[in-house]
Design a protein around this ligand. Structure first.
Ligand SMILES: [Zn+2]
Length: 56
C-alpha cells in the first residue's frame, strides 16, 4: 500500500470521521475516498523526522 502524507493547504474534512482538519493539517489521500486524517489512516503513530535528521 502506497501511503503519502500531505499538509493540506485548504480546509479539509476527513472522509472517514468527518473531522474538520483545517489548514496545514497532516492528511493522507485514500484512493476513492479523499482526504483522511492520520487517525483514520492509522498513521497517527508515525513520527515525522525533521529535515536533516533522517537516516544517513
Ligand atoms: Zn478521520
Amino acid at each position: 500500500m502506497d501511503l503519502k502524507v500531505f499538509i493540506s493547504h485548504q480546509d479539509s474534512i476527513c472522509a472517514e470521521c468527518g473531522k474538520q482538519l483545517g489548514h496545514h493539517a497532516w492528511i493522507t489521500l485514500a484512493e476513492g475516498k479523499g482526504a483522511l486524517c492520520l487517525s483514520c489512516a492509522d498513521l497517527d503513530h508515525l513520527i515525522f523526522l525533521p529535515t536533516g535528521d533522517s537516516l544517513q
